[in-house]
Design a protein. Structure first.
Length: 388
């Protein structure tokens, strides 16, 4: 069953992240053309993760009760319409409103699609299929900026937005026609309604803390590595773009074997090992002075992500069978959304008060704190059920 359904879910995840990625290089230029100030530009960027954070728990809870398919289909359709709406935005206020609605629709796609994958994942294969789902996530996120930049350069910015809408509309029709409704596996009605109990779960809390910390660290990396590489290492823009693309696409490719590894070895240990690799690569970035060591650290960071994220996602699926898959995966995604929204702001303030090196040390310290929280809350004596 999962081999037949998963390609549809992967397309949903890929198309939504491709749309988010396409916007990244275009949004600053588009907002500036509408007369956006620095404050408005920050608000426009923040609008998407803020509303996605607010609505993800609601949609996750409702999908546990009413099914996954309606939310995925509505989210893809809304994503397509919003993509076309970018073309019609006439001022910064309309653009800000579009981004807010963009985040609401995003809350219906990625976390619900991941919950669907969790529902249909066979026992002891959670890591494998969540690894595939994460590969779809990072592939879309990686190819989005590349596609947005190329299409805009050749055909114009409006065509890039329209292309984003067409891709999501195709994904919508595919989901409507071919995606069956899921029958929840291993989750009782009592578990679905036990939201308060889920919040008291040490494992869920530990996962939330680790995912938040990991995203905080990576937000510092994505926000300030281009500046560091240009000013400190003297790298050209095209080289910086290649480095970023290598990092993101390696996370996508390595996530697949990383998921399979999570089905064989201790998932808790893999989360900590991947977190340690992520911590090291961030902490060492300020110490390098040439291209090749930077590339080595970029690869190390991708390996760390490939070990930690599929393993953490697989643990989240295990917990989802107890407390409701949609609610648990929603909490996991909320942690990521908060990190994406808050990370650049905190690291930016640190850069202003100290220097750019401090942004990477802040990212490493965040991951260390997340690892400590996860280690403490998931220790065997703290849980009746020990995570594999």
């Amino acid at each position: 069953m999962i081999r037949r359904i998963f390609p549809i879910l992967a397309l949903s995840i890929f198309s939504s992240m491709l749309g988010s990625g396409i916007v990244v290089p275009l949004l600053p230029l588009f907002a500036e053309s509408l007369g956006a100030s620095g404050l408005w530009l920050g608000m426009i960027f923040a609008g998407f993760p803020v509303t996605r954070t607010l609505f993800t728990p609601l949609f996750g809870r409702l999908s546990d009760r009413r099914g996954r398919k309606p939310f995925i289909c509505i989210g893809l359709f809304a994503y397509a319409i919003i993509s076309f709406a970018f073309v019609w935005a006439a001022d910064v206020y309309q653009l800000f409103l579009i981004r807010l609605v963009h985040g609401v629709s995003g809350a219906m796609i990625l976390p619900i699609a991941q919950a669907y994958v969790g529902d249909i994942s066979p026992l002891r294969e959670e890591g494998k299929w969540m690894g595939y789902a994460n590969a779809a996530f990072f592939s879309g996120f990686g190819f989005g900026p590349l596609m947005g930049g190329l299409v805009t350069e050749q055909l114009g910015m409006n065509v890039a937005f329209i292309a984003m809408g067409v891709l999501n509309m195709i994904a919508f029709f595919i989901a409507v026609i071919f995606l069956p409704e899921v029958v929840h596996k291993g989750t009782t009605e009592t578990a679905i309604l036990s939201f308060g109990e889920m919040r008291r779960s040490r494992t869920v809390t530990g996962l939330f803390g680790f995912r938040l910390a990991l995203t905080l660290g990576r937000s510092s990396f994505f926000a300030f590595l281009p500046v560091f590489a240009a000013l400190t290492l003297g790298l050209k823009t095209n080289i910086i773009g290649i480095i970023m693309a290598i990092h993101i696409l390696l996370m996508a490719l390595l996530g697949i074997p990383g998921g399979r590894i999570a089905d064989v070895f201790s998932r808790r240990a893999l989360v900590l090992l991947g977190g340690a690799a992520s911590l090291v690569y961030l902490a060492l970035i300020p110490q390098i002075a040439t291209f090749w060591p930077l590339l080595g650290l970029i690869i190390l960071g991708a390996v760390g992500n490939a070990l930690a994220v599929p393993a953490a996602s697989a643990i989240a699926v295990e917990e989802g069978r107890k407390y409701g898959m949609g609610s648990t995966l929603a909490a996991f995604n909320v942690a990521m959304s908060i990190g994406m929204a808050v990370g650049p702001i905190l690291s930016g303030a640190i850069v202003d008060f100290i220097n750019i090196d401090a942004a990477f040390y802040f990212g490493a310290a965040s991951i260390l704190a997340g690892m400590a929280v996860f280690t403490w809350l998931t220790r065997p004596k703290a849980n009746q059920t020990v995570t594999r």
